[in-house]
Design a protein around this ligand. Sequence first.
Ligand code: ATP
Length: 361
Amino acid sequence: MSLIETRGLQKVFRQAVKDPGLAGAVKHLFTQRYKDKYAVEGIDLRIEEGETVAYVGPNGAGKSTTIKMLSGVLVPSGGEVLVNGLVPYKQRMENAQVIGAVFGQRTQLWWDIPVRESLSLLRDIYQVPADTFKRNMDIFTELLGMEAFLHLSARKLSLGQRMRADLAAALLHDPKIVYLDEPTIGLDVAVKHRIRDFIKEMNRSKGTTMMLTTHDLGDIEDLCERLVIIDQGQIIYDGKLQEVKDTFARERTIHTQLSIPIPGAEELFRDLPDVSVERPGIAGNDSRTKGATGAVCDQLTLSIRFDRFSCTASEIVKRLMSHGEVVDFRIDEPGIEQIIRRVYDGQLDSAALSAAGKGSA
Ligand SMILES: Nc1ncnc2c1ncn2[C@@H]1O[C@H](COP(=O)(O)OP(=O)(O)OP(=O)(O)O)[C@@H](O)[C@H]1O
């Protein structure tokens, strides 16, 4: 049995229907009308122990509602849910022992007492054995750099400090699963990296299963092997992150550094479809001249864009090498951001996505 298993999971909210403006609000007082909103509509999901899963989708897709049902906060309207063999909304206490949760917008720390005391209280609530508590406190304090603020109350913490303390609180009892809802929202780059490193380390060393909802696509690339995309309450892609990239990220760019300029480099690729040459515009330098667009160009730097299904990087480099010396080169591929943005913008339809994800999860 999988660690997390849902079948046909559903959540329907009753939403008030009001006409706009004050008149609409007054009318609603006397004639109330409601409609059913399917926040989650038949989700089938299996997550195995030790996986790191990104659960993403546009605003209002149903991510938080799913997480709330998995954590036992919400009762499903239909379908089945099992987490570690437990029905979360029926066995809330037992379920709480196996899960941890971090909500970027909220804290589970006590506002007015020092972080150290909050963590001690959680130890009592979760009945964490003394040696586990000490070991985890030592590890978390070091990995999350908490020493400087353990004596401060939650109200005095910066957002980055608060998030680190919340992560420690969520993992203190060695849960099997941690739900992370926007764990790096609003954080600076350094704290983001620290938090991501911590999550990776907990997954690696303790085998903690991580389910992450985020709008920060850097989190996904850095942390997750599996991607589940949800839209309008339904899963539209479930598969390996790399697979969706391989299928949809067709474009590559080779950035090359030449020892001497290659005039008319564009001609070298004329017969290849979907190849374009770009000369990065760089301002103010004697060794640089004006390109076709009038922009100042570095004649020793060429960026060549190509479709990796139409030709290969080695073909491009070979052609350049036959006309000059390539001193250095680097290949860039589009990040998952671009692909997911295309999904959100409706440029990739669910049929194409599910074909890509078929059998991979
Ligand atoms: N308590 C509620 N009552 C009525 N409707 C709700 C309630 N909670 C959520 N919804 C609706 O259900 C849908 C899914 O909401 P949910 O919060 O799960 O989306 P989300 O994917 O987490 O969005 P976001 O990325 O903005 O956090 C939305 O249309 C939302 O308005």
